[in-house]
Design a protein around this ligand. Sequence first.
Ligand SMILES: Nc1ncnc2c1ncn2[C@@H]1O[C@H](COP(=O)(O)OP(=O)(O)O)[C@@H](O)[C@H]1O
Ligand SMILES: [Mg+2]
Length: 417
Amino acid sequence: MDGPKIFKNREALDPSFIPDELPHRDAEIEQIAGLTACALKGDVPPNFLCYGMTGTGKTATIRYVSQKLAQYCDSNPPWWIYINCNVVSTPYRVLAHIYNTISGKEKIPPTGLPKDIIFKKLLGLLDLYIKTNVCFLVLDEIDILIEKKGGNEILYDLTRLNENLDVCRANVIGISNKLKFKEFLDPRVKSSLGQEELVFHPYNANELSDILEKRAKVAFQEGVINEGVIKLCAGLAAKEHGDSRKALQLLRKAGEHSERNQRAFISESDVNKAQQDIEKDHVVEYILGMPLQSQLTLTAIYLMRKFSKENIITSGDIYEIHLELANKLTNTKLLTKRRISDYINELALAGIITANTRSLGHYGRTKIITLDIDISLIEKVLSQVKHISMADLLNYKPLLLQTDKVKIKNNVFKKLL
Ligand SMILES: Nc1ncnc2c1ncn2[C@@H]1O[C@H](COP(=O)(O)OP(=O)(O)O)[C@@H](O)[C@H]1O
Ligand SMILES: [Mg+2]
């Protein structure tokens, strides 16, 4: 509390913050305005799709245009119902969300009503509330909805609302982070939704610098940040497919790091520290999202490191320890050497371990494994996995390590390597 003040307005670095200006998105803003502004004159806008990688400004641009359109209307601006399909994630809940948002009440229960009943109710509600106006239904992260059962049907119905509406007009805007998602669309939906398409290209390092510079002016006290810091954040994010969200996250974390250390300005080393923290978060998320068998494979590696620090870890050891661990859990399949080997490869691809295949004389070819992440971090994450913590696997000393067998074998291996 007593340290120097770094932030002026921390929220300006939140992903949900919409700035007054969106540099390098003029063309997209103009296109979207061109497609939607006819609603102000009482015309029916086309449905359309926006694509692009995460952090290319799709959500921000749509929200920006909707705000501007509202400012141009003295009375009765068009309605915008914004739905993030990652949050509102089933067709039923999408319909319920639209209904409840328009009516301003939780009228549709979270489950239970048949879809066509909700649809009928929705049609009546749209005409009643929106009257002769237009209602934009923005389905953000629409690719997630398509993967759900009934996703295509609901999109089909939503894009055809107008055929059944008497006075009001509804229009669907789909946003997708996945470029290939159209392959999963039903052809009928494709033709009604993809009347127009907009592609958002990744930002380059210079564009990211401009975005960050403007945002930093709002977010930070004067003089706490320099050009080098901005350039570094922009450069790091440009390497990750030009992700503006990543760039802003780096800047915020760097600011917080400097604040925690009670410094009066942000330095490039704060940015590097922020980058390391973000990587750590990714690893944690990745491990928590892995299938249990993969988590058990990692547990086996962890136990090897914990109980036999100086020993070499081989894929054979992991196989045996995995077997012991799987036996301690109910409903967990025992895996073949081949499957364990696949899991080891995946862990290596994710950058959690390194696995080098070596030839060890008459022991044959085996993988030698080293852990690339701090063992305390692995322990912290694995202890959050219910099955692993409930069976107390992290404190279990495998039988394999209770005998001298491993030690003797290891001494041989060490000579061979
Ligand atoms: N051109 C831009 N100018 C200013 N901020 C931007 C710009 N593009 C994106 N942002 C910001 O970057 C973050 C990610 O953008 P977002 O629109 O959520 O990306 P997407 O929806 O494509 O994943 C948001 O905080 C947004 O405000
Ligand atoms: Mg988005």
